[in-house]
Design a protein around this ligand. Sequence first.
Ligand code: SAM
Length: 225
Amino acid sequence: NLSPRLSAVASFVPKGARMADIGSDHAYLPAHLLLQSKINFAVVGEVAKGPLENARHEIAKQRLTDVTVLRLADGLAAVTSADQIDTVTIAGMGGLLIRDILATAKARGQVFETLILQPNTDEAVVRQWLIANAYQLTHERIVQEEKHFYEIIVAKPGKQTLSSLDLTFGPFLRDEQSPVFKAKWQKEADRIALIFEHMSAAGKDHTPAYQQWQTRYQQIQEVLS
Ligand code: SAM
């Protein structure tokens, strides 16, 4: 069974999608979707040999070799136009890496009907890239696994403008104000409060860095209120 994080990613994959999972490691996500017959074809992309072997092992174990293509490749170079991929999942990587993978794909002329992204960090960078590159956000979800919070961002081709608060907090997540969302940002506010104490004690409370933290802190208060 999938973790809550990967279940949330899976929930956004359209039924019957031709999917590519980039940075798949054990291929748990495509294997699960294929076993459930939610999809019937997947490209599994991995840049590293060890993880690709993990994927190969899992796909063979689940007897899914006929409906899966495994490729050792950097990012979306794993996908060819003949694959007719409409849905791309990229989960469990930093947001900067996800952005770079998307940017390289775009430079190659690759556009996909549905992107399902789960950055571990720098979610705002991912949102910013999407709206600057002719994608619009259609769904967002936030899940918690123990002390970690994960955001899932779903995008499709289209036009959208987002405010600075939307970029940081997510337009849908901010609107929804789920308990998990509140817990994530309360935790971040508490962390920043500690940073303030340390910076004040060190006489650094009139620095630009302090002001940046203050801006972020005030944004959190505004969004949570
Ligand atoms: N997607 C799975 C998940 O969410 O559980 C596995 C995440 S794992 C932490 C990240 C994987 O991304 C690693 O297996 C790594 O080799 C792969 N990776 C990193 N950079 C990549 C790239 N440029 N192209 C393809 N895969 C990449």
